[in-house]
Design a protein around this ligand. Structure first.
Ligand SMILES: CC(C)(COP(=O)(O)OP(=O)(O)OC[C@H]1O[C@@H](n2cnc3c(N)ncnc32)[C@H](O)[C@@H]1OP(=O)(O)O)[C@@H](O)C(=O)NCCC(=O)NCCS
Length: 191
């Protein structure tokens, strides 16, 4: 995909701790609406409660972005220079170990677009911001665990499937994800 267009009136900013309730509600809304048909209903509900939502460390690290359209939160997403690759993590959890930009791939993390604002370039904007910041921090690769319905989105921006990745859920079921990666050096996306 060559670049992307974003709706008029779209702005972005770093997420703050005060945004956490809004982002958690956004994540639940996004997953419930956009994962229908890709996962069983019971898996969606279990994952909404135990897998998706805010990772506080991203907010503390200033690596999590919010996009607003005409003042409404339209999406959130970010990246990380820490080892955690997926999942919601609370304010009391210890910080995960740092990645080495010389060897490791930066993580692309926690993308949730409001179902009312999909296919307007919001995800693309957040991905571009995340990749640019990771590149700025010295990373030459990025990786992520994509939900099944988000694979075409990441593929549109050059991510390649590596292998399936199952996240265990507390009720014994598993959330099937796809590990994907991308070089941040070859063909970097431009806005
Ligand atoms: C996946 C997701 C982040 C995409 O966000 P978005 O803002 O709708 O994506 P964009 O508008 O920036 O899409 C850019 C391009 O990606 C591709 N794309 C995006 N969503 C797609 C879909 N559902 N099917 C196929 N291609 C898709 C298209 O090429 C699109 O360009 P186009 O609209 O001109 O055809 C969003 O659907 C979402 O939040 N899903 C639910 C939560 C989730 O699973 N997040 C991923 C966590 S790993």
């Amino acid at each position: 995909m060559e670049g992307f267009e974003v709706s008029m009136g779209t702005i972005w900013r770093l997420a703050e701790p005060a945004d956490v309730p809004v982002i958690n509600a956004l994540a639940a809304r996004s997953i419930r609406a956009l994962h229908i048909g890709s996962y069983e209903d019971a898996v969606i509900e279990e994952a909404v409660h135990h897998a998706y939502g805010v990772d506080w460390q991203l907010i503390r690290d200033r690596t999590y972005f919010i996009a607003e359209i005409d003042g409404a939160v339209a999406g959130a997403g970010g990246w990380s220079y820490r080892q955690t690759i997926a999942g919601a993590h609370g304010p009391d959890e210890p910080a995960a170990a740092l990645l080495d930009p010389g060897h490791d791939a930066a993580r692309i993390r926690a993308f949730y677009i409001d179902p009312a604002y999909t296919r307007r370039g919001v995800g693309a904007l957040l991905l571009w911001l995340s990749e640019a910041a990771a590149r700025e921090a010295g990373f030459s690769k990025a990786e992520l665990t994509s939900t099944v319905p988000a694979v075409p989105f990441y593929a549109a921006f050059g991510y390649r499937p590596v292998r399936p990745f199952d996240m265990a859920l507390p009720n014994g079921s598993a959330l099937r994800l796809e590990l994907m990666d991308k070089s941040l050096i070859a063909n970097p996306q431009e806005p």
